[in-house]
Write a protein that binds this ligand. Structure first.
Ligand code: FMN
Length: 322
């Protein structure tokens, strides 16, 4: 299975829907960016509930809602409301490394406290109508923290455990620790999903060779750097066919741009959003970073669109030697 990683601000419904429309079934399912219980009530979670409303998600990548927080009552309340509208799995985010989040023992900040993880699971799991899955890191401060958490996780009927083999302190820098990941695989009795720095077909091949027991991979930034990566992994598209891959990338960039333009938001916000995606997606085009910066330097929405048009048009002339 290939799973789209949750990325706040990037992999919300607009992206998932556009992706599914361009590349049906290339991604098996997605985890939603987190719904937060930050203030100990459902108010924050509710602000983002549109992202997982089933009717709006009907023609999108199937999604599993994710919750960030450790308030047991509210967790159960939200999880069961989501179950009632059709979500049989809820993902618990215990990997978010943001300092403000972690400082309150949320996200990866809870990983050094096995007692707190146990308390949440103990309360929540028996009361949830659906199943719980977990997305975590090796630890917050140290990669060894996971070793104390595994026996706890093993005690509960958890649907699956996604592991991003970094610590919270690392955020997204430094190498993923594949040795540490390899060490924990035999200790976990649940299905394990690998996540982290899978950005090319070569990365995927190396991971599959090294970890033959791992059948499920979650990809985040890799899909934004190369939207065709899931299709290449599944062999639906020939990675070496440059004309086909370029055409497919351009189709996606154009569809995503159109989807953003059709939103009822300010031109300024549209421009910011388009630039944000462009920053990532431009890597899939045969143009240099320097040239692609023209889009980022554009001053208005019109100028941004015109630069994108120019650069994508230039990309189509595949014989250009940038
Ligand atoms: C901008 C951004 C937002 C993210 N938001 C979330 C989130 O809402 N929930 C979560 O569990 N992880 C979140 N993550 C972490 C990703 O899901 C993933 O674990 C991380 O990017 C590593 O995978 P990758 O190397 O395939 O990108 C976020 C990462 C980024 C870069």
């Amino acid at each position: 299975m290939l799973i789209l990683a949750p990325m706040q601000g990037l992999t919300e419904l607009l992206f998932r829907k556009t992706y599914e429309h361009c590349f049906p079934k290339a991604i098996d399912y997605a985890i939603s960016p987190f719904l937060s219980l930050t203030h100990g009530n459902l108010a924050d979670a509710w602000k983002k509930i549109d992202d997982v409303i089933p009717e709006l998600n009907a023609d999108s990548i199937p999604v599993v809602p994710q919750i960030l927080g450790k308030e047991p009552l509210e967790f159960v309340d939200l999880a069961n409301r989501l179950y009632d509208v059709g979500y049989t799995e809820i993902n618990w985010n215990i990997g978010c490394p943001m300092r403000k989040v972690a400082a309150k023992h949320r996200g990866s900040g809870i990983l050094p406290y096995p007692g707190e993880v146990n308390a949440l699971l103990d309360y929540v799991v028996p009361k949830m109508k659906g199943q719980l899955s977990v997305k975590m890191r090796l630890g917050h401060r140290s990669k060894d923290e996971i070793l104390q958490l595994i026996p706890i996780l093993n005690d509960y009927p958890i649907a699956n455990v996604t592991i991003h083999p970094r610590t919270g302190k690392q955020q997204y820098s430094g190498e993923v620790d594949l040795d540490a990941f390899e060490q924990v695989i035999p200790q976990i009795r649940h299905k394990i999903i690998y996540n982290g720095d899978l950005c090319t077909l070569g990365d995927y091949t190396r991971l599959v060779q090294r970890f033959p027991s791992i059948k499920d991979y979650m990809i985040g930034r890799g899909v934004l750097y190369d939207p065709l990566l899931p299709l290449k992994i599944k062999g639906v598209i020939d990675a070496d066919d440059k004309t086909q891959t370029l055409a497919a990338s351009l189709t996606f960039i154009s569809a995503l741009t159109d989807a953003i333009l059709s939103r009822e938001i300010h031109d300024e916000s549209k421009m910011r959003k388009i630039k944000e995606y462009w920053c990532l997606l431009r890597r899939s085009l045969p143009i240099s970073e320097l040239v692609s910066m023209k889009v980022l330097h554009a001053q208005s929405l019109g100028e941004t669109l015109s630069e994108i048009h120019n650069l994508t048009h230039q990309s189509e002339r595949a014989d250009l030697g940038y």
